[in-house]
Write a new protein. Structure first.
Length: 103
């Protein structure tokens, strides 16, 4: 199951107002806080699962989706877009530039 919350849809509607709605990829990103699921505009690739939600196309590698499902894209004012899932990710990261303050 893949879902988009009303708050996330409102933010996407604001972002794409007057623009072409491009496909949105959910991918595994690395950072100072450790790995997390993130969003980026991208084109479909072979092996992607595609989900139509709220007038938007979301892409995700099929294997990643299988490991992460269910997936929910949400938005909050503090963190921006947040992708929730059942994917078990290690906590913490390895960026020395954070100085221990991020994560």
């Amino acid at each position: 199951m893949f879902s988009l919350t009303p708050a996330a849809q409102r933010q996407l509607d604001l972002h794409f107002d007057g623009k072409t709605k491009e496909p949105i990829r959910v991918y595994l990103a690395a950072g100072c806080g450790g790995p997390r699921l993130a969003l980026a505009l991208d084109d479909a690739k072979p092996g992607d699962a595609t989900f139509e939600q709220g007038g938007y196309s979301f892409l995700m590698e099929q294997g990643l989706f299988d490991a992460a499902k269910p997936v929910e894209v949400d938005f909050n004012d503090q963190w921006g877009f947040v992708v929730q899932s059942n994917l078990k990710l290690p906590q913490g990261g390895g960026c020395s530039s954070c100085g221990g303050s991020c994560g």
